[in-house]
Design a protein around this ligand. Sequence first.
Ligand code: CTP
Ligand code: CA
Length: 232
Amino acid sequence: ARLDVSPKPLSGRRIIVTSGPTHEPIDPVRYIANRSSGKQGHAIAAALAKLGADVRLVSGPVTIADPAGVKTIHVERAQEMRDAVEQLLPADAAVFVAAVADWRSENSAGEKIKKVAGEGPPVLRMVENPDILAGVGHHSQRPGLVVGFAAETQDLLRNAEAKLRKKGADFIVANDVSHESGIGPSGVMGGDRNRVRIVSRAGVEEWPEMSKDEVAARLAALIAERLKTTVV
Ligand code: CTP
Ligand code: CA
């Protein structure tokens, strides 16, 4: 007879997580970025791994370490992140925490752009990046559970509900990044704490303010609960 070790709730589940910002090159030495630290996404990857999941983390450039027990793929640009994510399909679930740059410079210069006397500053033409979450939410190999985030400075719930529908997600974790609550060491972006609302077709659940690790643990538990009813 086989020794029966009690399985963890996410054993055998393959889960993709995106985290961090993306860097969009302007030329070989300059890029467009944003204030995402990767803390929340990395914490979610770690929390899912702790519940036994086979986690594939696709991370943009961050200064924090790869989470223990998580296979981490490092990318720079949104298009690289999209390619890495799509190569990881199929999966049981996917969680999109990355602050993907919405736009990139249309033609990133092959050489460093020089100041030229009399010419003035360069004009950057921007083009839209692929929406990685929407691509997976509407993919022929769509994971059974798709979770997105929404960073908003206004109309939090209305915008989160719109993203839920448009991107084909099951849950949107909505985040207020306005003024005081927003940015810097004590804000959502860069800080260690977070207050989120979980938006789904069933309605809105408000979670109290807690650490990003606690948000991650609760979200991992919610994902485990949702996947329990589907067969491995
Ligand atoms: N997202 C993504 N790829 C993009 C943009 C966003 O996968 N190119 C994902 C994010 O990881 C997040 C969700 O979509 O899970 C919402 O990101 P957000 O920036 O809030 O929404 P946008 O659709 O980009 O809209 P906007 O920035 O205008 O609010
Ligand atoms: Ca965006």
